[in-house]
Design a protein around this ligand. Structure first.
Ligand code: ZN
Length: 267
């Protein structure tokens, strides 16, 4: 279950029970408690949006410290998100790729889904309206972080990540967490695109010009074998709540909040 926590002035959504049971630390950040100036104010965690590298690095440091993962900040793994459908398994040797903005080790190129079974190798992806998804396996201790915009959602990147994990872990039980993203209330995309989704996803009504990305992701997870009972959705619209989250559609130039997951050294 996702609950909101505030630590050192930084708000995030996490599952404390999951952490206690299995040493799997997950979090979705909000936007305050950092050092970035407008329009990135203040906890922008992404390096690619035009913010100052030093501010991004300080924000990442603060966020990971607030979570209790500050000791592993140098092992953070990020990815160059391209709205594609590629999935990468992160290995021990990948620790630190894209950990810091503006420094030598670049993020993992061209991927929107990363997963790992490596302890203390934190995964982080960045969002402003797109759907953040974290997947966790308690029995085998595995985690995934997925970025699903409409292209990725349409391509089924979330379900594909579940299948990629199961291909290597076996038929394990997985839990999915879906963070804040743009709601159908604010996501007007036109009837042609909605109709395209409706022919792929039964939960999407054909006659609409607003798209419900949360419903698409829920159905994709369900089809991949993570039933609704094992899905936790924050159900907060980013565009409606720019006081707490970044919204590309509402703000145009904006920072990015994150989805985060890490395996503690021990369960
Ligand atoms: Zn809205």
């Amino acid at each position: 279950m996702l609950t909101r926590a505030v630590n050192d002035g930084i708000a995030y959504h996490t599952d404390a029970e999951l952490l206690g049971e299995s040493g799997i630390r997950i979090a979705f950040s909000e936007r305050y408690g950092g050092v970035s100036s407008a329009p990135y104010d203040t906890l922008n965690l992404a390096a690619h949006v035009g913010d100052e590298d030093a501010a991004v690095n300080e924000n990442r440091r603060r966020f990971m410290s607030a979570l209790g993962a500050g000791a592993y900040a140098d092992r953070l793994v990020t990815a160059e998100q391209i709205h594609g459908a590629s999935i990468v398994r992160v290995l021990g040797e990948d620790a630190g790729r894209g950990a810091r903005a503006g420094e030598l080790q670049p993020p993992i190129p061209g991927t929107d889904a990363i997963w790992t079974t490596e302890p203390v190798t934190p995964l982080m992806l960045f969002f402003a309206d797109c759907v953040p998804v974290v997947i966790a396996c308690v029995s085998t201790r595995a985690i995934a972080v997925v970025h699903a915009g409409w292209r990725g959602a349409y391509a089924g990147i979330v379900g594909a990540t579940v299948r990629a994990m199961r291909a290597e872990l076996g038929d394990v039980e997985l839990t999915a967490y879906v963070g804040s993203h743009i709601g159908s209330c604010c996501y007007e995309v036109g009837p042609a695109l909605v109709s395209q989704f409706a022919s792929m996803f039964v939960t999407i009504p054909r006659a609409s010009d607003h798209l419900d990305l949360g419903a698409v992701v829920a159905e994709d997870l369900d089809r991949a074998g993570i039933s609704r009972e094992r899905q936790w959705h924050l159900e907060i619209c980013t565009a409606h709540n720019t006081n707490r989250f970044y919204s590309y559609r509402a703000e145009s130039r904006a920072g990015r909040h994150c989805a985060f997951a890490m395996l503690e050294p021990q369960p």
